[in-house]
Design a protein around this ligand. Sequence first.
Ligand SMILES: O=C(O)[C@H](O)[C@@H](O)[C@H](O)[C@H](O)COP(=O)(O)O
Length: 281
Amino acid sequence: MERESSTTYEPKRNCEIRVFESSDEISTDLAEYISQISEISVKERGYFAIALSGGPLVSFLGKLCEAPYNKTLDWSKWYIFWSDERAVAKNHAESNYKLTKEGFIAKVPIPHGHVYSINDNATVEDAATDYEFMIRQLVKVRTIGVSERNDCPKFDLILLAMGADGHVASLFPNHPAMELKDDWVTYITDSPQPPPERITFTLPVINSASNIAIVSTGDDKANAVHLAVSDTTEGPDAPTSLPARMVQPTDGKLVWFLDKEAASSLESMNDDDASFDRHEY
Ligand SMILES: O=C(O)[C@H](O)[C@@H](O)[C@H](O)[C@H](O)COP(=O)(O)O
């Protein structure tokens, strides 16, 4: 795909930032990005283990269901997981599973048995335990890779959205769930955004992925994007408790997909904290 890079900053933090004119352009580039990672993963490991999030993310997967990807990708090697789920029934309008099924999975030939949804028929505590157990089984047989650094699952790709408060998956600012080091999957019962009960990957799992993409649009995200990618470590803006900032792959690659509005605060970064590669397409 032809790309033009308009501005490049010396990267200090380990990420790439792609800025687009419209959601449609994000969708186009994201499809190519996912397709390339899927092909590499299938070639190298025989599988493609991808974790999705809920919310608006599925609306960016439309191009992946169309030509050429619907014909060229080896969908039989895809394994689908969720980085978080809201504690609602699978047929509820707010179910991440339902949103993803209707907007993506039903449109591509991924084998039914490769879709690992989170149990909606248990307490959030039990659902988190079950999901972690299931992931452990799949790590053992290497359907999901393993991080050599910490034995965490190494998903080929984790796709995240970000809220205006900087939350990713169901990890919210200042929430104790952000501190978990040994759990892979946890639950919360006090989400500041409804519904209150949710199941979520922990930061060690997110950060162990080979590839992480954060897709974020809208000017309400501009401040969180700025705090997440800046090098500020002191002062009132020090974003140590911002979940999106804590997404720091240990051995993988992080790419931000932003529209111009979400990227608008990046323009004000000066040379001292211009800490990212910025490309406009
Ligand atoms: O799980 C949820 O309750 C939300 O859907 C959430 O995680 C969402 O991804 C962000 O809030 C970004 O959503 P917007 O880009 O639509 O603001």
